[in-house]
Structures are given as structure tokens and as C-alpha cells.
Design a protein around this ligand. Sequence first.
Ligand SMILES: [Zn+2]
Length: 438
Amino acid sequence: MDERRILVYCRESRDEGGLLRGRIETQREMLLKYAKEMRLGKVVKVITDDDMTGTDFSRLDVVRELAKSGEIDAILLKDSSRLGRNLTESLLFTEFLREVGVELIFESEVYNEDIFPLEAWFHEMRAKEDSRKIRSVVYHKMREGAYLVAPPYGYLREGTKLLPDPECAGVVKEIFRDFLSGASVGEIAGRLNARELPPPSLYKGRRDAKEAWSAAGVRHILENESYTGSRVMKKTVGASFKDKRRLTTSRDERIILENDHEPLVTRADFEKAASRLASSGRGGGEKTPYAGLLFCGGCGGRLILRRKKGRKPVYVCAKYNRCGNSACTAHRVAPEEIESAVRGAAYGAYFLINASDGEEETLPPLEESYEDLAAGQITRAFFEKMRARVKAPARKEAPFDPAGHEEKLAPLLIGRITAYEKGEKGHFYASLEIETRF
Ligand SMILES: [Zn+2]
């Protein structure tokens, strides 16, 4: 007779949406029935959790305490997605249970130590998808003009409208005028300081205000599209659904409402200033074939090619290169790694283009098979078969060799290459993430 002490843990999964089988009461009854029918042991406690944010792990603390104090021998859950959808945390939690000798029982699947990391990864991908949906609602509100952030220097805010600030709108106009007639950003800063004009942060009374205008401050004004009368939003985004750092967006990722308020500079003059800024350059780092494609996964800034005597050239975070460890970390990537990523994308594009001729067998993505498994549409044995095939596809000799053409292919195929530190994203691999144009 099995006398295991069982904890029943119920959690609603967002995946199921309004489906009845996902309701927490049904789940509770189902699990209790299962425990009884399978004679798993004695149910000593039932915990139900309505909190549907699967990436927050604090709610498992009670379970952790019970397991640690030796009050339970096993935890019964519906399936592995109930453990939360953050890969690292899920793995740490199962590792912890193994250490304290508490068994995991899933009602709708057999727990398998080897497959679990794979499943945890799928759950993480789902959580990511959900956070993307939530953000899209916020951006929709931005598009409708419902949000307004702090007004840029040169404007005052009245309700949800921006009006030129009589005190300093003229300074903004003057900065554009001087820059377009040939003054450098440094010279302009010098002129403003000679007149003892407070820089924007001091003018706004910020606590960390700067004492004087700087070249960077002037550049910042020249780069701000708000002065053309457009409202620019979503200038930064969270790094990921579990990482709260802010990344700078590229222009086409931003939400821009044109003719939103009175311009301080014409669109034509703004563009002229932008192209002059671009040609003057920021210095530091040489032009490379991957310019504009390489980004730092830590700060969202650019990577530059660094050459040092006696060392192989390497791409590093520009911010780190300029300001050191306090700003970002190196995010070092060897040019060969980038080339190999580009070659990979080129192969991918090749097979995508040639998939239509019917020669290549197209396999469903593993996640799709997994969903079928979870929905009970395929057997685990069949899933395992698919998994093996996806993992080791029958490789034909590629008739296309992108080697040596990486530099030409990159601007055609690649949207963005982001360099991460190893392990930074909670993944075990992939220090490079590549976003292709196809
Ligand atoms: Zn960085």
C-alpha cells in the first residue's frame, strides 16, 4: 500500500483561455479523482493558485516550504506548464525537488527528466508570446495618442497637447540654424554656455541636472524628431518579458504621429541636420560590412569593430568600449562568428526559396508537434519520433555555398544581429541572435 503524502497543486494556465477544462475548480476535482483512482497515496494538502502570471515564481514558495520541511512526498500537477514558464526557474525548482526527494507527478503526461528542459523551453516561448500581446495593446493606445510622456526641451505641455515654450523654443531653432550653417555641435554648446543658458536638464529642474551644455546635449536636440511636429513614442522597449532593462528602438520600430504639434524645425532641415550628423560620425570604430546590423543585447546600442595590436579584431559593445564596465559589458563577438551566422541565414533562405519545388520534405516545427501531444492528438511515441527527426534532419548536400559571400549577403538577408553574453537570456546556447529579412 502506497502511503505517500501528496500535495495537489492547481493552477490555471493562460494557454487554455476560456476552455472549460482549464477552469481551476474542474482541475482540482480532476486531480483529486486522479489521485484516488491511481492510488497515488494520501492527499494531505490542496493548493489552488489563481495567479496566472506563469513567470512569477514567488507563489511556489509555499510548495517549496512544504517540500523542504518533509511534510510531503510528492506533488501532483496537471502538466509541466503549471510549474511556470520561465525555463531557468522551472529547472531550478525541479532540481530542488530532486534534492529534497519530492517526486513530481503530472496527471496528463509522464515526467521525464530528459525531456523536461525541452518542455520548459516551450512554455517559456509561450510566455514570451503573451508579453508581446500585452505590449501590443499599450502600443495601440500610444498610436491613438492616448499617452504622453514628458515634453521635450522647447515645449510645454497643456493637457495632452504640446505647445512651444516661449522661454526656450527659440534656443532649439537656433541650434538647428547654427548647425546647418556649419557650426559643430561642440561650437554650438560653447556659444550657449557663453550666454549662460541653462542646459535642458537644469532648465527642467532635474535632480541629476548637468551644469552646462555639452556637444552630446546639442546632438541630442538635433536628433530629436519631436521638433518636426511629430510625436515619437516607444523610443525604448523592455529587453524581454523577464528582463526589465530598456533598449533603444530603431526608427521603424517607433510609433510616430505626424503633425501632432507646432514644429520648431521643418522636416527638410531636420533631415539635412540628420545627414550631416551621420557623416560627421561619432568616431570610435571603423566602418564594417556589418555596420547597422550589429547590436548589443545588453544595452541595445551598436557593436563596433575593435582592433588592438597583437590581437585578433573583435566586435564589442560601443558603449562598453567608450565608458567601460560601468556602462555595459563587452559582448565580444569574433567576425568569424558573425560570418558563420550569416552563412546559416543564407542556407535558411536557400531552403525556404526551394521548398516549393517539392524536393525538400518539410517537417512541422517541434513546437507544433508538442502542442498536438499536449492536446492528446498524437502519442508520445510519435512525438519522440518527430523530435528525433527534427533534431537530426536528413541533410542533403547543399548545392549552394555562401562561403566568401557573407559580406554581400548580410545586408540582403539580415535585419539585425544581436550579441548576447552566454547565458544572458536564460538560454543555454546562442550568444548570437539573428533576425532575418525573409
Ligand atoms: Zn552594450
